[in-house]
Design a protein. Structure first.
Length: 251
């Protein structure tokens, strides 16, 4: 278990889900991971924090505009959201929501990279990000499925200082000597109209059993249990089509 009180600039810091049905999503993820949900005040648009054992682990919000897909968004820590926004623009990215203050909680922005993948930046204030990671049922990893790694890799290096550690079929983005995120070519099974995307993984000691549980709650198993050199994983969708992974890393 890793309890967090702060993050370095360039570390993944938070994830949240846009959903067409807050109550249904709360029921699904609470049933799957044992999360509790605390709905925020109206001035924050109904934004909901998921917690596990009293510590914030993820967010939930209604879809903001017509046609917006229900997806998980990964946020990267920044100590200066305005500077990060400038770097995004200078390196071929697109700013979809410029930096905005979220009360005293922090400052956020939403972008897309040159390969089309959406992501966010979070400059923490009172809200420091995920307070527990890599424990059963909490955020453990984020991974980019890209349609153009040649554009994506230098972009993230320039914006966040990530250095790509390229292996056969997979790249780990590293901050210093620590791997903070993954990157791979878009899987062939993904429909051609789906753009590059970031996907979170949640820690699961038994990904196969957890995937079956997700299916029993109305989700869909997209990738049955698979082994890789670092452990085991499965990929599932929630009832509204949001995709996420279940990951058991070897220790």
């Amino acid at each position: 278990m890793t309890n967090k009180t702060s993050y370095l600039p360039g570390e993944p810091i938070w994830i949240d889900l846009g959903t067409p049905d807050l109550d249904a999503s709360i029921a699904f993820y609470s049933g799957l991971f044992g999360w509790t949900a605390e709905k925020g005040p109206a001035e924050f648009g109904g934004y909901t924090n998921f917690s596990k054992d009293g510590r914030k682990v993820a967010g939930l919000m209604p879809l903001m505009q017509e046609g917006q897909p229900p997806v998980w968004t990964s946020y990267v820590c920044t100590d200066d959201a305005d500077k990060t926004t400038a770097l995004v623009g200078e390196n071929g990215g697109t700013v979809h929501a410029p930096p905005m203050d979220v009360g005293t909680l922090g400052r956020m922005a939403i972008y897309s990279a040159p390969d089309g993948a959406f992501f966010g930046a979070w400059q923490p204030g009172d809200h420091i990000g995920a307070e527990t990671v890599s424990e059963e049922g909490t955020f453990a990893w984020t991974e980019l499925s890209s349609r153009d790694q040649a554009k994506a890799k230098p972009f993230y290096s320039s914006v966040f200082g990530w250095e790509p550690k390229v292996q056969e079929g997979y790249t780990e983005f590293q901050l210093g000597e620590t791997s903070v995120a993954g990157c791979m070519d878009m899987p062939e099974m993904v429909p051609a109209e789906v753009p590059s995307y970031w996907m979170p993984y949640f820690a699961a000691s038994d990904p196969e059993a957890k995937a079956k549980q997700a299916a029993g709650l109305g989700g869909t198993v997209l990738v049955p249990i698979m082994d890789f050199p670092g452990g085991r994983f499965s990929v599932v969708q929630d009832p509204h089509g949001s995709t996420f992974g279940l990951l058991d890393l070897k220790t």
